[in-house]
Design a protein around this ligand. Structure first.
Ligand SMILES: Cc1cc2nc3c(=O)[nH]c(=O)nc-3n(C[C@H](O)[C@H](O)[C@H](O)COP(=O)(O)OP(=O)(O)OC[C@H]3O[C@@H](n4cnc5c(N)ncnc54)[C@H](O)[C@@H]3O)c2cc1C
Length: 599
């Protein structure tokens, strides 16, 4: 009651037209659209923007430019629908693939230093490499479609977009940690609360439109290719604001991570001609995907490796990895096209790929699910269990969002594309929304207070649990119970173990309560976001009694379109699940009807 009566907020407030949470590719692309329209835009990022995970994207960005192989956007659309195991929404996939080429040319014109083709009639044009699941002519020959800046495409993309934002006068709030959405009783999102990391000062950022671009959450797993900052903060914020998460059972395990360390060895390595071998020197992929072999879709290759390991054909003393070989490409090509990969391999696996095979194993890599959104970036949710509607003032783009263009399995190179295509689309929609909603609504003080209360909880002087201990236990549960292969028993046991870990959370305390640059406090807040994501995943995965894309249920090995051609919606309240139909109708072309998926 006391907080309801306050007239003055007890924390400082900044007011903008729009607030973007996240300085990765998605946040930067959306912010650019708004800043170039002369709107007052704040971009909040918990790390300096060019340290966002987008920086580590290696392989490239997919678009049917036809610089190397015959190509068109409709073939790319077919591959994306098939890659998604038919769970992707075909209207959004058409939008993605149709706009891919113009998005890549736009980046080129902004100054992104793409690698260039040498020789041939297209010499000097953007370099493209083969990537998994990409075909010509609806499942025919391999397409060469993924545009690359050596093996540092994300680095080039992020720096290009950052510089453009500086020029467009986006206001950056670097090292600010967003805490909660501020949502009023009518459901409008009116900004966020955030912690200034350097000083420990909480702020209210008021805005008529707010966009979440907080990236992925693979840190729920123990072994992951993701940065330590990928803790799904935007998803936690959405759940706490009463919004659902979509398709959380679908996590991509990348076939080629370095064992234990998790560092990614890009699919581009197989695109350039690399192949997998088991301990007997067998190129085993031809047994699992006779046509596409090493360039089959990621879920297929990850399962193949897992099978080889189970059958005792893994390499090394523990038989827990397979070999990725590229010696045959020659030193010159490896140094020119895969310099970063060589560096990673030497540093983290102690293997120079010019002479040695790289040890690799499936590793959590990408979240297909996320905050439900449409192709304008608007967050959508069922209102009072009725049909879904846009949440006024709230947008989500990038890995934290589920549009859904990746469905049950994302194709390599389609995420960077997703960031820029839907970042731009969201920016455009926000401009219209801001014009139609010129008057700010009053900030609900009680909501701000609730968020501050959550923050203050970590001032508790003593506790029996540590954040690191709980996080480690949660990650172990997810790794052991929700990996490449799942069963009802395994998931149920996982959920019971997660209950126990969660129950210990109130007993956790920090040993350092200082205000300035207290990273322990941030890790605690991140854990509060990760924990419900783990729960959403286990609950959604337990309910889906079929195998589709990256979700493999050994007790339900078939895909079941009659019952499960639908999206899952998970709500925190009572672990409630709801479902919504897949949008099978594209914008202008014919539906790609679900059929058996083979490579
Ligand atoms: C190693 C690796 C290689 C990859 N390679 C490719 C590839 O070659 N091609 C491809 O298409 N995809 C690739 N992917 C996937 C792709 O890079 C990511 O999905 C994508 O970059 C995510 O971009 P994003 O903008 O959504 O989020 P990110 O780039 O992860 O940025 C998230 C932003 O949110 C901010 N943030 C998060 N929480 C908070 C908070 N609480 N408060 C304030 N700010 C916050 C962070 O500071 C950061 O700025 C790769 C992924 C990995 C991990």
């Amino acid at each position: 009651m006391r907080t309801e009566m306050r007239t003055e907020m007890r924390i400082p407030k900044r007011t903008f037209d729009a607030v973007i949470v996240g300085g990765g590719g998605a946040g930067l692309r959306a912010a650019l659209q708004l800043a170039e329209a002369n709107l007052k835009v704040a971009l909040i990022s918990k790390v300096f923007p060019t340290r966002s995970h987008t920086v580590s994207a290696q392989g490239g960005i997919t678009a049917a430019l036809a610089n190397v192989s015959d190509d068109n956007w409709h073939w790319h659309m077919y591959d994306t629908v098939k890659g998604s195991d038919y769970l992707g929404d075909q209207d959004a996939i058409e939008y993605l693939c149709r706009n891919a080429a113009s998005a890549v040319y736009e980046l080129e014109h902004m100054g992104l230093p793409f690698s260039r083709l040498e020789g041939g009639k297209n010499a000097g044009k953007i370099y493209q490499r083969p990537f998994g699941g990409q075909s010509q002519n609806y499942g025919g020959e391999q397409a060469i479609r993924t545009c690359a800046a050596a093996d540092r495409t994300g680095h080039a993309l992020l720096h290009t977009l950052y510089q453009r934002n500086i020029a467009a006068r986006t206001q950056f709030f670097d090292e600010f940690f967003a805490l909660d959405l501020i949502r009023d009783a009518d459901g409008y999102v009116l900004g966020v609360t955030a912690l200034e990391i350097e000083t420990g000062q909480p702020w209210a950022f008021e805005s008529r439109a707010t966009l979440l671009a907080t990236g992925g959450a693979c840190r729920v797993f123990r072994h992951s290719t993701n940065a330590h900052i990928n803790t799904g903060d935007g998803l936690g914020m959405a759940l706490r604001a009463g919004l659902p998460l979509e398709d959380m059972e679908f996590w991509q395990f990348h076939p080629t991570g370095i064992p234990e360390v998790g560092s990614l060895i890009s699919e581009g390595v197989r695109g350039e001609g690399g192949f997998l071998e088991n301990k007997d020197g067998e190129k085993f992929m031809s047994r699992y995907a006779p046509n596409a072999r090493d360039l089959a879709s990621r879920d297929v290759v990850a399962r193949a490796i897992a099978q080889e390991l189970r059958a005792g054909r893994g390499c090394g003393p523990r038989g827990d990895y397979v070999h990725l070989k590229i010696e045959h490409l020659g030193a010159e090509k490896i140094k020119a096209r895969l310099p970063g990969i060589r560096e990673l391999s030497m540093q983290f696996a102690g293997a120079d790929p010019i002479t040695d095979p790289i040890p690799v194993t499936p590793t959590a890599h990408y979240m297909m699910g996320g905050i439900p959104s449409n192709m304008h970036g608007q967050v959508v949710a069922p209102i009072h269990t009725g049909p879904e509607e846009a949440v006024p003032g709230l947008y989500a783009v990038g890995e934290c969002a589920c549009v859904s263009v990746h469905g049950a399995n994302r194709l390599g190179g389609n995420s960077l594309l997703d960031l820029v295509v839907f970042g731009r689309a969201a920016g455009m929609h926000m401009i219209d929304y801001l014009r139609e909603n010129p008057i700010p609504r009053p900030l609900p003080q009680a909501e701000v207070e609730k968020s501050l209360g959550r923050l203050a909880r970590w001032d508790k002087p003593k506790g029996t649990e540590t954040v690191a201990g709980l996080r480690g236990d949660m990650q172990k549960v997810m790794q052991d119970h929700c990996g490449v292969y799942r069963t009802e028993a395994l998931l149920k046991e996982g959920l019971a173990k997660l209950d126990q870990v969660e129950a210990r959370l109130p007993d956790a305390a920090l040993s350092d309560h200082s205000r300035m640059f207290n990273t322990a406090r941030l890790e605690a807040l991140e854990l509060e976001n990760l924990m419900p994501i783990a729960r959403a995943t286990l609950v959604s995965a337990l309910a889906r009694t079929e195998s589709r894309g990256a979700h493999t249920r050994e007790d339900h090995p078939q895909r079941d379109d009659d019952q499960w051609l639908r999206h899952t919606l998970y709500f925190s309240e009572n672990d409630q699940l709801d479902y919504k139909p897949v949008k099978l109708k594209p914008l202008t072309v014919e539906t790609f009807q679900p059929k058996e998926r083979t490579y």
